[in-house]
Design a protein around this ligand. Sequence first.
Ligand SMILES: C[S@@+](CC[C@H](N)C(=O)[O-])C[C@H]1O[C@@H](n2cnc3c(N)ncnc32)[C@H](O)[C@@H]1O
Length: 447
Amino acid sequence: MTDRQSPPLQKKTAAYTFSTSETARINAFFDARQLPDCLQKSIGNYIAKKTSKELSDPVMLDRLRNAIVAQKDDYWKPQRMRSLQYTKGYSVLGYLAYHFPVYFMQTEHILAMLAGDGLLKKKMTILDIGTGPGVVPLAIADFYSKLDDATADIYSVERSEEHIEAFLFLRNACVPKGGKVSIKTPKKEDIQRSIPTKISEQADLIIFSNVLNEIGKGSVDARADLVMRYAERLAPDGSILIIEPAEENTSTQLRVLSLALKKEGLTIHSPCSFIWGTNCTPDRCWSFTTRRCIQPTRMMEILAKCDQPFRYINIDIKYSYVVLRKDGKVRDTYRVPAGSRVLRISQIHHHVDKRINLIAAKMSENLGDAKNLMFRLCDGTADKLVFAVVPSFHVTPENEAIVSAPYGTILELESVHVRYNKEHDAYNVLVSRNTRVGIAGETEREE
Ligand SMILES: C[S@@+](CC[C@H](N)C(=O)[O-])C[C@H]1O[C@@H](n2cnc3c(N)ncnc32)[C@H](O)[C@@H]1O
């Protein structure tokens, strides 16, 4: 599933528009799927420096493997039961070896998405909250190195001294001083306390990457308060980007948080669309996107020379995200036209075993297998999960948009058959040869 080809970047109307050569450089980078060589070398050098060992040292490698396994075990626990903070000694080194490469590449995909949505400007001030070893700032610097004409100042906050030390080591090794991107030394601060004074007064982009799930012992209110406090530093036309791992609980909590922030006055720009103008019920909303997996790094390959190599290779890019705005801007302005002969998903229980028409966003990649494809659908009105189920031999030119449309696309589904799935308390709508699937609003837009 993660090996899906990223769609090639198109030149779109955007605040910062890519030239043909910029587009080519960015696409070449995504095609190679490799952590830049300088970062690969520097992560190795940093691990060697901190442990005073060669990278081939078996004792050091075993400690690193143990730290990675402990982090992974912790990752699957609910927040209140986690014991690790990834902030000291081998846990920071484990983070660099195992998590950093995927999150770095993921950030570059997200930057390309923001650019495609017109949310990157020629000159940006960016704030990265809970920066860890600088994954996001370093990815921004690398992304911008492929652009001709854009610059950025990046501020960040992090409480762990050891993460900051690693961050500065990597920055000094890989980001040219006086270049297009200026990465300021991170502020050492607890982000739950006041906002550090020496960071920018107004940011065009504020990023919380893989951090809010560590805040507030699971309390949505505590997380929402934190985001709203930082939102005071957001430029009127700026964006807040929250990213979380795709794991079910963390991902669902992000949707609950997103709705809480909407109720606080921010607008959800993407990926959710509220096509009936209602608020959604996010309690069971597990929705994430994927990108092509990355190539294992050299450090991963060294760690994988053991009995259970798969435990140390982390290459899948899967994440949940939300972009929020203050100015009401949304990715897709589509609303279901008055008088449309389509069913709100909230009414689907009245139509079990019948054929219906729907308009809904595709909110997952394929969750099934190659024979039976399955995609989550959402129109913002449902309180139960709804999936489009497509036997592969029923895919036709008339309905293949359900397969090829990117995550978040709003689709019109004409003539799907409703089934109730008791085991999962969910509804399946069966897409058959007789079903037509199109991009919502496309006919109106063409006229
Ligand atoms: C999982 S790491 C994410 C790092 C980076 N943003 C990324 O996406 O890879 C979470 C980071 O948030 C930091 N963090 C968690 N709670 C914090 C707090 N209350 N104040 C400052 N930093 C915090 C941790 O120290 C850690 O470096």
